[in-house]
Design a protein around this ligand. Structure first.
Ligand code: FAD
Length: 502
């Protein structure tokens, strides 16, 4: 019988490293497995104040984390979706909410009824039928109602938080469960000559850490998977040309909004992410179209309030490592790949990498088929997220800058071309396999970016317009009523979790 893996080493202590350590220490009972994490305070982590998607709730629940405690420790706020400004055309504004639009009826998607009512003169945008979008605009929040018949049971939410504080929080969690942390800088990585597997990492001060299985969570350096095992990078910058970010915190300008904002700019876009202590801001741009100095000016001019520091530059390339698991090493987080944070998906991809590894947890023989399955799954995840992000850029009518001219005219992946064509022809949207983004998410962005179907469902089309308009309208009114009874986001946060860490 092949023995189980006994020694796991994680290189890197950002969100990726500590999420991996926390999950493994919780699920693999460290009495059987030793888990060591090496990190360098001198190098530090990316941590720019981050936005997440609802899947993070599952991760925290799996770890048994108390939500109010987590919110206090990470300066978190609640998030109901993302507001997109100026994407399709200048002056446009829509929300990609976490809740569905309306309620599907008789087996037909709600948006088909909405399209029918729109053709009959309904002036309300699809946003007005999403509980999360309405609540976000009004600065309201409450947890979902546990009664599945209540309208407020449809609320879905995520968080904005300080990623460095999250890493620190998970560090305490993992250390309590037996994870050993070593402070030090990895200088060389030693491979077993016969197999090429990683045997140990040597630190600058001469210490060495050996293991049977390694997680590369070293960030953009990709120290183990990229640099040591030589796994090449699959570059997607022809589809996602942005390659730089400048991030800066600012003070709060008013009540804490329960949503992320992404505003399109002439050569990229700007995020606004409110945590309890400050607002995180960043300008993502492509250096072929704008200089760093100009990008900094755009960022600072787009702040709602005073900057609390000077902008920090971060460089990146969109894409991923051609394999995510090679020999006895898996890369998680930025070491595995990067897609710009337009839909807040990086932390989700970390989570997905960890849970897929756990569900394939190998014995010491490391069966090849497990590795292939892991790589297949993660490649699909990255490709599906990639397509969703590209949609925001390709479906633009903006003609005001060379950057948008490029995005409007660039060739796109066939998979996305197919999805757009299906929606354009008849408002059809499907979730492929276990795809992260659901049908309502695709519909929100298609419609938000002005892709209006030429036709809608022929069965729905046979229904009398006044009847359809009346039932669609009754949903809108019920949602407005449900939101009117919700507290403000700030009041709810203060009552639920009390003061944050500061
Ligand atoms: P890092 O945070 O870079 O951590 C790397 C770790 O490796 C550090 O601990 C470092 O000390 C260690 N290390 C490196 N080299 C060595 C060495 N030689 N020896 C020892 N230790 C070493 N994600 C979201 O989900 N939502 C967002 O809104 C979001 N916004 C982002 C905005 C920007 C501009 C960027 C760049 C990323 C954003 N992300 C976002 C992604 C998110 O920040 C990362 O996916 C996440 O924080 C994980 O980072 P990481 O742990 O892989 O890397």
């Amino acid at each position: 019988m092949v023995p189980p893996i006994k020694e796991i080493v994680i290189v890197g202590g950002g969100s990726a490293g500590w999420m991996t350590a926390a999950a493994l220490s919780s699920l693999l009972a460290p009495k059987d497995v030793t888990i060591t994490l090496v990190e360098s305070d001198e190098i530090g982590i990316i941590g720019v104040g981050e936005a997440t998607i609802p899947d993070l709730l599952n991760f925290n629940r799996m770890l048994g984390i108390d939500e109010a405690d987590f919110i206090r420790a990470t300066n978190a706020t609640f998030k109901l979706g993302i507001e997109f400004i100026d994407w399709g055309r200048k002056g446009d504004r829509y929300i990609h909410p976490f809740s569905n639009h309306g309620v599907d009826m008789n087996g037909f998607d709600f948006h088909q009824f909405w399209l029918h009512s729109r053709a009959a003169g309904n002036p309300y945008p699809i946003d007005d039928y999403s509980l999360c979008a309405i609540a976000a605009r009004q600065g309201k929040f409450t947890h979902p109602d546990p009664n599945p018949r209540a309208i407020r049971s449809h609320i879905r939410y995520a968080y904005h938080f300080d990623a460095s504080l999250y890493a620190r929080y998970l560090r305490a969690y993992a250390e309590k469960r037996g994870v050993r942390r070593i402070e030090g800088k990895v200088q060389t990585v030693i491979q077993t000559p016969e197999t090429g597997r990683i045997a140990e990492v040597k630190l600058e001060d001469g210490r060495s850490v050996d293991g049977e299985f390694f997680f590369d969570c070293s960030g953009f350096r990709s120290l183990l998977l990229g640099q040591t095992l030589g796994v090449r990078f699959n570059d997607w910058s022809h589809w996602l040309p942005c390659n730089s970010a400048q991030a800066v915190p600012s003070s709060h300008a008013g009540p804490l909004p329960p949503f992320t904002r992404a505003t399109a700019k002439a050569s990229g876009w700007q995020w606004r992410i409110p945590t309890q202590a400050r607002t995180g801001n960043g300008h993502i741009y492509c250096r072929d179209f704008i200089s760093d100095d100009e990008a900094a000016s755009v960022l600072l001019a787009g702040l709602d309030s005073e900057a609390l520091a000077s902008p920090r530059i971060i460089r990146f390339t969109a894409g991923h490592r051609q394999t995510f698991w090679e020999k006895n090493c898996i890369a998680i987080g930025l070491a595995a790949g990067f897609l710009e944070p337009l839909e807040s998906t990086s932390i989700y991809l970390i989570q997905e990498g960890i849970s897929r590894f756990i569900s394939l947890f190998p014995n010491a023989a490391l069966p090849e088929v497990f590795r292939h399955e892991y790589n297949r799954h993660m490649r699909t995840e990255f490709e599906q997220v990639r397509d969703f992000i590209i949609l925001h850029f390709t479906a633009t009518e903006r003609t005001d800058s060379p950057f948008w001219d490029y995005c409007r005219n660039m060739p796109i992946p066939d998979s996305l071309e197919h999805k757009i064509a299906l929606f354009r022809e008849g408002g059809r949207a499907f979730r492929c396999e276990d795809e992260l983004f659901s049908r309502p998410s695709w519909v929100a962005v298609f419609l938000g970016q002005n892709i209006i179907p030429k036709a809608y469902d022929p069965v729905v089309a046979t229904l009398p317009p006044p009847e359809v308009t009346a039932s669609v309208e009754s949903m809108r009114v019920a949602m407005i009523d449900a939101v009117s009874q919700m507290p403000t986001h700030e009041d709810y946060l203060a009552r639920y979790s009390g003061p944050a860490a500061g």
